[in-house]
Each structure stands twice: as C-alpha cells, then as structure tokens.
Design a protein around this ligand. Structure first.
Ligand SMILES: *Cc1c(COP(=O)(O)O)cnc(C)c1O
Length: 399
C-alpha cells in the first residue's frame, strides 16, 4: 500500500520534470569532476566551495594532524563528554571574528547549518514570539520556523515595507526577523542595514543566515556583518562551515546570554554528537587561510570570475528574449529560463558538451522560474569561464 502510493507519487514527479537524482562523483570537489562511467571530467559550476579550499593541501594536512592529536569522533554530545579544547578554540576564534559587530559575542558550533537553523528557530521562537521570515529563506529556516512554537509570518522577498507593516501589528513580546544574507537560489544580498533599522525600531532581533557570505564577503572574509559594517546587540549570526570554509558544520555567534540559552534549550544542539574534533582542528587552519593574504587573493580572483561570467551572460541574453539574468554580485549566478523542461534540456545539453551546470526547479524556486544556477569558485580559471560561455553561445535555438 505505502509502496504503491509512493510509486504513484514518484511517477507523477517524473512526469512533471521534478524528479531528482544523485550523481556519483569519482573525484574530489573542484572545477573538474569525473562522474562514474565517464572517461572525461566535467567542468563543474555546482559547488559552494567558493574559495576552492575543500581540497587545499594545508587543510588536508590539518585533517591528518587533527586526527592524530584528537582522534576522529567526539564520541558524545557537547554537554556530556564530547566538547574538547579544539572546539573551544574554534568557538573563541569565531567569536573574535564577529566581536566588532556583536557586543559580548560568543560562538557555538553545530554539526550542520540545517541543525543550527533548527536550533535557533525552535529555541528562540517560543510561544511568546513571532518569526518574520523572507519568503526566499533557506528551507532549514522555514522548517525550523514551522517546528517552533512561535507564529511564523512570511514577507515577500526583500519587501521591507511589508515587513514593517507586519511588525507594526505584532503583539508578542519577542520578535525575530530572519533572513538569508545571500539568497541561495538568486545570489542577491539582503538589505541587512535596512532590516537592522527595522529590528531596532520595533524591538526585534535580526537572525542572519550567512551560509554564502562567510569567507567571501568582507575585506577579511568574516562575512556579511563585516561587509556592511553592522554593529548591534540585536544581531544573531549563523555561518555554515561546509561552503567557503571548505569543511563542514556551522557556527552561531550572538550575545553571550543568547548562546547560553541555546546551550540550555536548543535540542538540535543538546541531543546530537559533537562535531568530530579532527574537523574542528581543520577549521582553525581554514580560518587562518581565509584571513591570510592568500584568502584575500582568492576573494579578488573570485570577484574577477563573477564579473567575467556576468558580462558573458549579458551578451547571450540578446538571443534569448525569455531568459533573464537577475541582479547578483555574488558567486551565485542564476540564468532564469522559465520552464522545467527548458532548464533540464539545457543542463543535459551542456553536460553532453562536458559542462556540469545544475537545473534548479520548483519547489526549490517558485513555479515558472526554473533556472540554470552557476556557482563560481576561486578555483575556476578565466579559460574555464570562456569555455562555458562559448558552449552556452552554441546552445541557440534549443528551446
Ligand atoms: C547550505 C545552507 C544551509 C545549510 O547548511 P549545511 O551546513 O549544508 O546544513 C543553511 N542555509 C543556507 C542559506 C544554505 O545555503
């Protein structure tokens, strides 16, 4: 019965062009990735390894050193016996990165960004709270909000006037404004200064998911708070560690009292095994790299690659009136084509030419806005971008 029901639903997904599949990769994360059963590697524009650190020799060496010093697993949750000095050191270092922006900043490590968002939403969003969420926020913030006792109000993407109207009508004592800093499917940057002004005007807190900003934004790569030069006790910041940082996990930085509350009450923090200490050791090396001259050079190269891709994509739009290239200054560059079929068709055609560009479809993005989503990395070269653009230019008439 269950199997038959699921089979029917799966067939329906396939008929609508919404079926997802996993590809088995035979190579480490990088611009060239070879799939099972293929001879040649694909030139990949899929990963969130924005600085190209996932296979950096210094991090590979740090992982070996970390495992030798700390072993592999933490063996228990952080509140039992799984919280080691190396976790403390990473938390201290992340608190220092944000201390110019958040007074009395403290940090807390999580196993993943998904869990960190679950923790923030459920532990802070009690029945005395209202959560105000941008409609394009990441799935983990939405699901965390649904799981929280708080009422959730979603406002249209980036519409601060509408958010303000919701805040004016709110009667709960706790108000949480929740936003991605860089939106993961569009690449645009939230108006964090505007959101913080609203938080201050309406006695609310601003929860920022900096999954795509940490490591990339800010002169030192400290993320969106550094980028905008924000400073407030009302900032609650979350960064994920598996994207530009090249490792895995997540970190929340906020006022010490908020962090203490999370330690006492956040179930996705309390009831799960601590981050492998070997990975915490790698994170120290990754943080050092991000802040170094090499990190700054990688950010500068990434910025150059973004400019080159956008210029090339703009030129392509002339031949495809129904395609659009939304405003994005980040490593996430969507090319909106509209229908699921066209997005899938283009992605498959590019793959036959040796390029790996994912087609993003509903429900990840709104219906009718299926897209190719290019993500760039500091590991890409100008020649690789030129190859992508030349191949796209030959795609004329595929719709
Ligand atoms: C990737 C991502 C997450 C989840 O982080 P993981 O560490 O991969 O679980 C959360 N929020 C946003 C905006 C993301 O892009």
């Amino acid at each position: 019965m269950l199997i038959a029901h699921l089979r029917e639903e799966l067939d329906r997904l396939a008929a609508e062009g919404l079926q997802r599949r996993r590809r088995v990769v035979q190579t480490p994360c990088g611009p060239e990735q070879r799939l099972s059963g293929q001879q040649q590697p694909l030139l990949s524009f899929c990963s969130n390894d924005y600085l190209g650190l996932a296979q950096h020799p210094a991090l590979i060496q740090a992982l070996a050193e970390g495992a030798a010093r700390w072993g592999v697993g933490a063996g228990a949750s952080h509140l039992v016996s799984g919280h080691m000095q190396v976790h403390e050191d990473v938390e201290t270092a992340f608190a220092r990165w944000q201390q110019a922006h958040i007074p009395e900043a403290q940090a807390l490590l999580f196993g993943s960004g998904f869990m960190a968002n679950m923790a923030l939403m459920t532990a802070l969003g009690g029945s005395d709270a209202t959560i105000f969420a941008d409609k394009l926020n990441h799935a983990s913030l939405i699901d965390g909000g649904l799981l929280a006792q708080a009422e959730m109000r979603r406002y249209p993407h980036g519409q601060l006037e509408q958010l303000e109207r919701l805040l004016q009508r709110c009667t709960t004592p706790i108000r949480l404004i929740v936003t991605d800093a860089v939106f993961s499917m569009d690449g645009d940057v939230a108006d964090l200064p505007g959101l913080l002004r609203l938080a201050e005007a309406y006695d609310a807190w601003l929860v920022i998911d900096d999954a795509h900003g940490l490591g990339v934004l800010g002169t030192q790569g400290h993320g969106s708070l550094e980028h905008f030069g924000l400073h407030s006790e009302r900032l609650i910041w979350m960064g994920t560690l598996g994207k530009a940082m090249g490792v895995a996990g997540a970190v929340v930085v906020a006022h010490a009292t908020i962090i203490d509350w999370l330690v006492q009450r956040a179930r996705p923090y309390i009831y799960t095994t601590g981050m492998p200490p070997a990975l915490a050791h790698v994170l120290l090396a990754s943080m050092a790299l991000v802040e170094s001259e090499e990190g700054a050079a990688r950010r500068a190269h990434l910025q150059a690659m973004i400019g080159r891709l956008r210029e090339g994509l703009w030129a392509l739009l002339f031949g495809h009136a129904h395609w659009s290239l939304p405003e994005s200054s980040t490593a996430i560059q969507p090319l909106i084509v509209g229908s699921n079929e066209e997005a899938l068709h283009l992605s498959a055609a590019l793959e036959r030419q040796g390029l790996w560009v994912p087609a993003i479809r509903p429900p990840t993005v709104p219906a009718g806005t299926a897209r190719l989503r290019f993500t760039l990395s500091a590991a890409h070269t100008g020649e690789q971008l030129d190859r992508l653009l030349a191949t796209l230019a030959r795609m004329e008439g595929v719709a």
